[in-house]
Design a protein around this ligand. Structure first.
Ligand SMILES: Nc1ncnc2c1ncn2[C@@H]1O[C@H](COP(=O)(O)OP(=O)(O)O)[C@@H](O)[C@H]1O
Ligand SMILES: [Mg+2]
Length: 234
């Protein structure tokens, strides 16, 4: 991916249902440069997960434009969107979503299935990603044999194994105790230091404040963005 912007949202709205309609996003606009580490913070129900789904092209906006690496997601077919997600976006969720019957190595390697990477290469890259998250010694374990923090490390390894342009994390420390959560935050900082673009969603203002940029959402709208306060973006 080339260009300055990893992600751009322009006037994005999302309305669910009709009777009555739920306005989950009401005109959200911001842009994220490649290599940024951004917290999206807001209370429960403010639209954070909806925003993550829209940024990750898992859902299309009702109105407005989402561009990933300069490409307008609305112009792509389902197939092209799947390919874009497989190559450009890594997801990390609060609930980890690991396959319990598969080994840690297989779980991470599966992050490359839809990117069309041959098996040998998938496993080689999975081992590299596990090394980055400090879990090489657990590669042959099943997720059920791991602690919560270790499971989230596996999920992060799976998200970064394809070296995506953007990592989207939805409350990645939400199911972890504070010490384990802090180690996951450290890991996100390390990945960022190595060049990853990361957006982390959280309802925890204390966690958000540890990141270089905070975008605050309330009732489906951006109410503040520290990058705008600093004049970094228009
Ligand atoms: N699939 C859906 N159908 C209907 N309403 C939804 C759906 N997803 C989210 N919402 C509503 O949109 C609003 C924002 O939800 P969400 O994005 O999950 O917020 P957050 O992640 O900040 O807690 C809430 O009022 C929620 O009930
Ligand atoms: Mg949520």
């Amino acid at each position: 991916m080339s260009g300055t912007w990893a992600l751009e949202l322009d006037g994005v709205t999302k309305v669910y249902g009709e009777q009555p309609p739920v306005h989950a996003l009401r005109g959200v606009s911001f842009a994220v440069r490649r290599g940024e580490l951004v917290a999206i913070v807001g209370p429960s129900g403010s639209g954070k997960s909806t925003l993550l789904h829209v940024m990750g092209t898992l859902e299309l906006p009702s109105e407005g434009v989402v561009r990933i690496g300069g490409v307008d997601a609305s112009g792509l077919s389902d197939r092209e969107l799947s390919r874009l997600r497989a190559r450009q976006i890594g997801f990390v969720f609060q609930q980890f979503f690991l396959a319990e019957h598969a080994s840690v190595r297989e779980n991470v390697a599966d992050g490359l299935l839809y990117a069309g990477v041959p098996a040998v290469e998938r496993y080689r890259r999975a081992d590299e990603a596990l090394e980055r998250v400090g879990l090489s010694h657990r590669a042959s374990f099943r997720p059920t044999q791991l602690s919560g923090g270790e499971r989230q490390r596996v999920a992060i390894a799976r998200a970064v194994v394809g070296t995506p342009a953007i990592v989207l994390a939805d409350e990645p420390t939400g199911n972890l105790d504070s010490t384990t959560g802090a180690s996951i935050m450290e890991l996100l900082h390390e990945l960022h230091a190595n060049g990853a673009t990361i957006l982390m969603i959280t309802h925890d203002a204390g966690l958000a404040d540890q990141l270089p940029r905070q975008i605050r959402v309330l009732d489906g709208q951006v109410v503040s963005d520290t990058a705008c306060d600093r004049g970094d973006v228009a």
